[in-house]
Design a protein. Sequence first.
Length: 186
Amino acid sequence: MIVENTSDLPAFDDAARVLHEAGVATGASEAHGIITGVLCAPQGARVAWQPLVLGREAPTGGTPAALAQLLAALHRSTYAHLSGVECDFAPLLPGDEHSLAEQIEGLSDWCRGYLFGLHAGGVPDAQRLSGDAGEIVRDISRLSEAEFDGALADEEEARALVEIVEYLRVGVQLVFEELQPPASKH
């Protein structure tokens, strides 16, 4: 896994491979969702997010180098995208080379991870947030239950997925800006 610069998000397939090879049950999309949720949460900077992603305490022999590099790159690039002026945040999801069912499963995994990360970061009932942030989080909660329907044409579902990902991209950025007090942004 090679990450060119600090704001580059690792590729989905590379992240999935590293997590799998390290024996981590959390998938790439869910791991990125957890990290994103923690970063959006008001107390996220104080949360030990690695055990949330790993699903356990770090191994006594230490975290494998490739896994440690992946986690650091995911955290660093996600924070850079959320806090940057470019507004170029994007969830880490399976790409077009994956089936539509896999892409939708990745989307729901990312959403579940995001909600878990928000909760761990000090937002115990994110669905009760007010304003736009609350509406977005409630939508993300509904998306966490998304499943491949198959009743619609693949083209229609693919188009809907693109629109949903764009909504998430912008919505998560808004939640980050609403929940992070300006003075606490690193």
